[in-house]
Design a protein around this ligand. Structure first.
Ligand code: FDA
Ligand code: NAD
Length: 434
């Protein structure tokens, strides 16, 4: 079987891979030095589009429109860009074996790839209901969303089951974004999740109440505090009903499941140090193995601002960690160094006409401010998180670019406050004057 050899290999062809390639392009890479190996069939793209504009009933986003790096306002790297730079895009190629001591990767088809420096960027995979043996969870028309192939299958089902019933399992990012998208596609939508309010890993009950009321006003039924324990299918094997733990049964033509992600570290088990479910790195995304870097969703890295190791499953970090790793690689080749990664966590989401941003850390006391009436024509509200008398996190729905910059600044600078009551009444103007 064929063997190929590269100076640099990026394993994975997602967001981090694309931004790493752009950084290699900026820093200078010789033709033939760099390869990206991806099991996807397309060049790196902005994954967030898959749960948003890709699923719009009209004017949907399609490739090549959202290849990286358009999501951060950068140039769009089309397959020709890689060709021009002499960067080899090895697509539709799944790596099934990694031997780090031998610096070798082996694909499902048996090809061998050798490298001098490896950047692991395999991201996350979805947690499946079949993983915990939910009865009937392998029925047709039960969908997960991670890669473009998943989104294409969902698009086909949306067309085939026009104006049908959709059940969304999960109340996190996928749950909220897909609940909205299915409603926009004119489906009768129910959302089911076990917690007392949606997006509990970030939202306070106050924040969640706004989104739940907004979604309810759009006709979405929200069922909390229970889980899907089984599915029934019709004679074609297509999902028909969702059975809930509390005994209720929901009719369904399409089910979309978003019950979390899992970092794809399997290939490297026992070969590299892990921490908090991810591959442990330093502030330059170097792993415990020399010449092996890990970036994006699967890296557990030192979050300098909070002096602890964290894993972050969001696109902004995927982009920035990839750039940091490539800068560090290039600098070390020249005997130079780069500054430590100093990341300010940034998450966002969009659904219907809503759009929120969050910066910082969501621990400590909270205050909510602004107009959080879901019936307002243009609701604008936010929340601060306060720890040891300092504001360390900030959330804003409906903010302008300047206002979002202002809350980011607050989360970064961590100003002290007089009192929670004063902060609440100052609201957004507290951030604007920092
Ligand atoms: P990513 O998942 O992008 O890429 C991993 C790549 O590795 C894939 O191409 C995969 O096929 C490949 N791969 C894996 N194993 C392999 C193997 N063995 N061999 C070969 N290739 C392999 N974040 C955010 O901040 N805002 C948002 O709005 C959204 N929206 C959003 C929507 C949807 C549908 C998803 C799934 C995710 C988001 N995210 C998000 C999260 C964000 O997209 C995510 O954090 C980044 O894509 C992570 O980038 P990575 O490059 O680490 O993984
Ligand atoms: P998530 O962690 O955001 O949400 C998982 C949700 O699953 C939980 O909130 C919970 O409500 C629910 N859940 C857990 N077990 C359940 C069960 N048995 N039945 C019903 N619900 C159950 O994960 P996700 O929404 O699946 O997203 C997957 C990945 O994609 C994450 O890494 C996420 O960060 C990323 N993503 C991010 C965005 C964004 O940043 N805007 C958008 C989409 C996806």
């Amino acid at each position: 079987m064929a063997e190929k050899s590269f100076k640099y290999v990026i394993l994975g062809g997602g967001v981090a891979a694309g931004y790493a390639a752009r950084e290699f392009g900026k820093q200078g890479v010789q033709p033939g030095e760099l390869a990206i190996i991806s099991k996807e069939a397309v060049a790196p793209y902005e994954r967030p589009a898959l749960s948003k504009a890709y699923l719009f009933p009209e004017g949907a986003a399609r490739l090549p429109g959202f290849h990286v790096c358009v999501g951060s306002g950068g140039e769009r790297l089309l397959p020709e860009w890689y060709k021009e730079k002499g960067i080899e895009l090895i697509l539709s190629t799944e790596i099934v074996k990694a031997d780090l001591p031998a610096k070798t990767l082996v694909s499902a088809a048996g090809e061998t790839f050798k490298y001098q420096i490896l950047i692991i960027a395999t991201g996350s995979t979805v947690i499946r209901l079949t993983d915990f043996g939910v009865q009937g969870a392998d029925a047709k028309n039960i969908f997960y969303l991670r890669e473009i192939d998943d989104a294409d299958k969902l698009v086909e089902a949306i067309k085939a089951k026009k104006n049908g019933k959709a059940v969304i399992v999960g109340g996190g990012y996928i749950g909220l974004e897909l609940g909205a998208i299915m409603s926009i596609n004119n489906f009768d939508v129910s959302m089911v999740f076990p917690e007392p309010w949606c997006m509990p890993r970030l939202f306070t009950s106050d924040i969640a109440a706004f989104y739940e009321d907004y979604y309810t006003n759009k006709g979405i039924k929200i069922i909390k505090g229970t889980v899907a324990v089984g599915f029934t299918a019709d004679s074609n094997g297509e999902v028909k009903e969702v059975k809930l733990k509390d005994g209720r049964v929901l009719e369904a033509d399409i089910v979309v499941v978003g019950v979390g992600g899992r970092p794809l570290t399997t290939l490297f088990k026992g070969q590299v140090e892990e921490e908090k479910g991810g591959i442990k790195t330093d502030a330059f995304f170097k792993t415990s193995v020399p010449n092996v870097y890990a970036v994006g969703d699967l890296a557990t890295f030192p979050l300098k601002l909070y002096n602890e190791l964290r894993r972050v499953e969001h696109v902004d970090h995927a982009r920035k960690s990839a750039e940091q790793a490539v800068k560090a690689i290039k600098a070390s080749e020249e005997g130079k160094s780069v500054d430590e990664y100093d990341y300010l966590p940034y998450f966002y989401s969009r659904s219907f006409d809503l759009s929120w941003q969050f910066y910082g850390d969501n621990v400590g006391d909270t205050v909510i401010f602004g107009d959080n009436n879901p019936k307002s024509a243009k609701a604008k509200f936010g929340s601060y998180w306060i720890k040891e008398g300092k504001v360390i996190g900030a959330f804003l729905e409906g903010g302008s670019a300047e206002e979002n910059q202002a809350i980011a600044k607050v989360a970064k600078l961590q100003p002290s406050i007089q009192s929670l009551d004063a902060l609440k009444s100052e609201g957004l103007s507290f951030a604007s004057k920092i």
